[in-house]
Design a protein around this ligand. Structure first.
Ligand SMILES: Nc1nc2c(ncn2[C@@H]2O[C@H](COP(=O)(O)OP(=O)(O)OP(=O)(O)O)[C@@H](O)[C@H]2O)c(=O)[nH]1
Ligand SMILES: [Mg+2]
Length: 284
């Protein structure tokens, strides 16, 4: 099965619409195992000794700050990401722009609040013909140690938008599987209507011994992703038109975010002046 993954080529699909690279775009909270998941997938596909290609850090530290692409096979790349500290709209907007293929890789990930700057960044990428060959698959990495019951509705909206933008229901990869609590975390996501949930104990610098179950889960995950892509690529529209549609959606989202921020600042200023406490930070 791992040979099927290594040999997969988008060019072998007749109606490939010009796509020739699969981008597994990772996103999630800081320190939840995003970089370690990339290292685990590379270990399973490359074989040999474990190498920490993507720098993994201490728990919840925010080690990765750039979107660094890692080559898994000739056709499949995994793009590491900065962790979103919250699901504030400035952060989710950035993730949407990544998923909409409207931000360059290999750049620092910033939670840009300036609307005009966001328009400029995305406009530049909208005209980048090369990245039209990239087919983006959304992958949420989440540790079972992080309870998100209270934020479930916000996650549901985030995942629905990710599906709208990419045409692919986001894959959920739950890390720290051996910490327990897997079933209750799985049920949080199944209640959102998500079926593709994988539970992983990552290979890390500390734990590199090959475990059959760990290998199998990763192979199963990658195999399913490729099946999805075969279906998706045939049914999707023209990449250029899709990206223009994403651009309009994300610009609208960012404009609303900017307006909400102005309203919030205004209210906070007034309540400060009248001696009241600041309002909570708005979410999604
Ligand atoms: N036991 C265990 N440890 C893990 C697992 N995944 C990651 N870790 C550890 O958790 C810490 C954070 O992992 P990273 O891979 O750096 O997480 P990240 O999401 O990339 O973090 P940022 O880049 O900081 O956002 C590291 O010490 C990893 O070794 C896992 O599945 N099980
Ligand atoms: Mg990282």
């Amino acid at each position: 099965m791992s040979d099927n993954i290594r040999n997969f080529r988008l060019s072998d699909i007749e109606e490939n619409k010009g796509y020739n690279r699969v981008i597994l775009q990772i996103f999630g909270l800081p320190g939840n195992g995003k970089s370690s998941f990339i290292n685990s997938c590379k270990f399973v596909i490359d074989g040999g000794v474990f190498v920490a290609h993507a720098e993994a850090g201490d728990n919840y530290k925010g080690t990765t700050t750039k979107r660094i692409p890692h080559e898994l096979t000739k056709s499949i790349w995994m793009v590491d990401n900065r962790g979103m500290p919250t699901l504030h709209r400035f952060q989710t907007g950035e993730i949407f722009a990544q998923l909409g293929n409207l931000l360059k890789v290999n750049q620092e990930v910033e939670w840009v609040e300036d609307f005009n700057k966001n328009v400029d960044r995305m406009w530049a990428e909208l005209n980048n013909e090369d990245s039209l060959q990239d087919l983006i698959v959304p992958i949420l990495i989440h540790s079972v140690r992080n309870n998100i019951q209270k934020e479930a509705e916000t996650y549901r909206e985030l995942l629905n938008t990710a599906r709208e933008l990419t045409g692919i229901t986001p894959y959920i990869v739950l890390t720290h599987k051996y910490s327990g609590g897997v079933e209750s975390m799985k049920s949080v996501f199944t209640n959102m209507g998500i079926k593709k949930i994988y539970t992983i104990e990552n290979y890390t610098t500390e734990c590199q011994s090959v475990v059959r179950e760990k290998h199998e889960e990763i192979i199963e995950f990658l195999t399913e992703v490729l099946e999805d892509i075969k279906f998706r690529v045939i049914h999707m529209g023209d990449p250029r038109e899709e990206r223009q549609r994403h651009y309009k959606f994300i610009i609208k989202y960012m404009k609303e975010t900017s307006d909400l921020k102005k309203d919030e600042d205004y209210k906070n200023k007034n309540s400060e002046e009248s001696g009241k406490k600041k309002g909570p930070c708005f979410l999604f």
